[in-house]
Design a protein around this ligand. Structure first.
Ligand code: S2G
Ligand code: ZN
Length: 455
C-alpha cells in the first residue's frame, strides 16, 4: 500500500483537526469541510508522486492555493487529500529580454506584482484578494479583477505552464514562447480549469511595461443606464485603466465598516470609479464636463495624490470585506457591455418583486460587463434559511442571464457553487465535450472531484 509518508517528510503532511479545517476550505460558505489530510509538496516530482499515490489509493486530490475562492473550488468535503502549494512559493527565473518570470504555483499574487516592479516592469492583474491569492490559483480560475478593460485577464499573461495531469504526466506547455503554431495550445485548456484537468506547478508569466502614474476619479451617476454613457464618453477621449461601479448601499457599507468619508457631498444612487494615466487628466476633465452637460453625472472628485487615489480605491475594493458580516448571497454575472443597464434593471426588479425585504448590493467591473450581485441577509433569517432562498432565486436570475447569452460566473469560477447551473451558460454539447476532456486528462477522476462538472 502506498503511503504519504513514503513520498513526503513528516513536516509536509498535516492531519490534525485544525489543519484539516483551515486548508480544507476557501472563502466560500455553506459546504462541508472534511479532507483526510493536507500535504505540502516542494517540487514538481513530489506532485507527480502524489498523483501516483492518489491513483493507487483511489483518493481525490483537491489543489489549494491562497484559499480565496468564492465558488467552493478549493473545498474538500469528502475525505480528499488537499494539495497545498504554500511550500512551492519561489520565483525560479526572470528573463528580461522576454519579460518573463517563472513562478512556482504558490507565489502570492502581490509578491509577483512587487517582483515585477523591482525589475522595472508590471504584472497588471489585480483584485482585492491579491495579498492572499496565489498565481497557481489565479491561473486555475483565470482571475480577472479591476484592470481587465486595459490589460485583460490572467489568461492573457500566461506564457507557459508546468502541469501534472491526472495520469501523473508532467506537461511543459508552451515554454514561454510568443509564437508556437504546433497544434492545440494545452496551456489555455488548463487556464480556468479549476484544478480538474491538472495540478498547476509552475507558471511562466509575461510582464508588461510599467504604466505612468495613475489618477482616480469617482463620479456620481443617478441613473444606472447612464453608467455606460459615461464609459463611452470617457473611452472616446482617453485610455482607461479601470472602470468600476458600486451602488449607494455598497458605499454606505464600506464607509461604515472602514469609517471613510463620502467621495463628495451629493447623494446619488450609483458611483463610477475610473483610473487613468496622469497625462490624460485634461482629457478626463473634458469628458467629465461633457457627462455633466448631458446630465449623466451630477458630481465627482479626482485624486490629488497617490494617497488619495488609494483612499478612493478603498471605496470599491473594501466592499467585499465590508458586506461579509451580512453573509451575502453572491452572484458574479456578466453580459456584453451594451446589455448591462437593462440586465441590471431586470435583475433588480426581479429581486425587489420577489424578495422585497432583501437589500441588493451592486458593484463590479462594469467596464467589462461583470456585475457582482450581493444580496444581504436580513437579520430575521438564519444563514441556512437565507442560503435556501438564495438557491431558490438563482435559477430565475440565471434565466435572465441565459436570455442574454451571458455568464453565470464571470470571474469567480464554477467550483461547487455554480456546478449545477452550468447549463444556463454552456450548451449540452459543450458540457459533453468538457466531460470528454476531463476523462482524457483525469481518467481516474481524482483531480478536484465534483468541481465544475457533475460526475
Ligand atoms: C470584487 C471580490 C469578491 C466578491 O470585489 O470584484 O470579485 O464578490 C469581487 O466579493
Ligand atoms: Zn470582481
Amino acid at each position: 500500500m502506498a503511503t504519504l509518508q513514503g513520498i513526503l517528510a513528516d513536516k509536509q503532511i498535516k492531519s490534525d483537526a485544525e489543519s484539516l479545517a483551515v486548508w480544507g476550505k476557501d472563502w466560500t460558505n455553506g459546504f462541508p469541510v472534511a479532507p483526510s489530510a493536507v500535504v505540502f509538496p516542494e517540487s514538481n516530482q513530489q506532485v507527480q508522486a502524489l498523483v501516483e499515490y492518489a491513483l493507487a489509493e483511489r483518493v481525490g486530490l483537491v489543489p489549494s492555493g491562497g484559499r480565496t475562492g468564492l465558488s467552493g473550488g478549493a473545498v474538500a468535503g469528502n475525505g480528499e487529500v488537499v494539495v497545498s502549494f504554500d511550500r512551492m512559493n519561489r520565483i525560479l527565473d526572470f528573463n528580461p529580454q522576454d519579460r518573463l518570470v517563472t513562478c512556482q504555483a504558490g507565489v502570492i499574487t502581490q509578491s509577483l506584482q512587487e517582483y515585477a516592479a523591482e525589475q522595472g516592469l508590471y504584472y497588471p492583474v489585480d483584485f482585492a484578494s491579491a495579498g492572499s491569492s496565489q498565481i497557481g490559483g489565479n491561473v486555475a480560475t483565470n482571475a480577472g479583477g479591476i484592470k481587465v478593460i486595459r490589460y485583460g485577464l490572467t489568461r492573457d499573461w500566461v506564457a507557459g505552464l508546468r502541469v501534472v495531469t491526472g495520469s501523473g504526466e508532467l506537461l511543459d506547455c508552451n515554454a514561454g514562447l510568443v509564437k508556437n503554431a504546433t497544434g492545440y495550445d494545452m496551456r489555455h485548456l488548463f487556464v480556468g480549469s479549476e484544478g480538474t484537468l491538472g495540478l498547476i506547478c509552475e507558471v511562466d508569466v509575461r510582464l508588461a511595461a510599467q504604466p505612468a502614474p495613475q489618477m482616480v476619479m469617482v463620479l456620481g451617476v443617478p441613473q444606472v443606464v447612464d453608467l455606460l454613457n459615461v464609459l463611452a464618453g470617457f473611452n472616446q477621449r482617453l485610455t482607461l485603466s479601470a472602470f468600476e461601479f458600486f451602488s449607494d448601499l455598497a458605499l454606505a457599507k464600506v464607509r461604515a465598516h472602514r469609517e471613510l468619508p463620502a467621495p463628495f457631498a451629493t447623494p446619488v444612487a450609483y458611483y463610477a470609479l475610473l483610473e487613468f494615466d496622469e497625462g490624460s487628466l485634461d482629457a478626463a476633465g473634458e469628458a467629465f464636463e461633457y457627462c455633466v452637460e448631458k446630465g449623466w453625472v451630477v458630481d465627482g472628485v479626482v485624486s490629488q495624490s497617490q494617497a488619495q487615489a488609494a483612499a478612493l480605491w478603498q471605496l470599491r475594493e473594501g466592499i467585499s470585506e465590508s458586506i461579509a458580516p451580512f453573509t451575502p448571497y453572491k452572484n458574479d454575472l456578466s453580459v456584453t457591455i451594451q446589455q448591462v443597464p437593462e440586465f441590471l434593471a431586470d435583475v433588480d426588479q426581479f429581486v425587489q418583486d420577489s424578495y422585497p425585504d432583501f437589500e441588493v448590493c451592486w458593484y463590479g467591473h462594469i467596464g467589462d460587463g461583470n456585475l457582482h450581485l450581493n444580496i444581504l441577509r436580513p437579520q430575521h433569517l438564519s444563514v441556512e434559511e437565507f442560503m435556501a432562498k438564495g438557491h431558490a432565486m438563482s435559477p430565475k436570475i440565471f434565466a435572465l442571464v441565459q436570455a442574454r447569452r451571458g455568464s453565470i460566473s464571470a470571474e469567480h469560477g464554477v467550483g461547487l457553487l455554480k456546478r449545477d447551473f452550468l447549463n444556463y451558460s454552456r450548451s449540452e454539447a459543450e458540457i459533453r465535450l468538457m466531460k470528454g476532456l476531463k476523462e482524457l486528462f483525469d481518467p481516474a477522476q481524482i483531480l478536484n472531484p465534483g468541481k465544475l462538472l457533475k460526475a
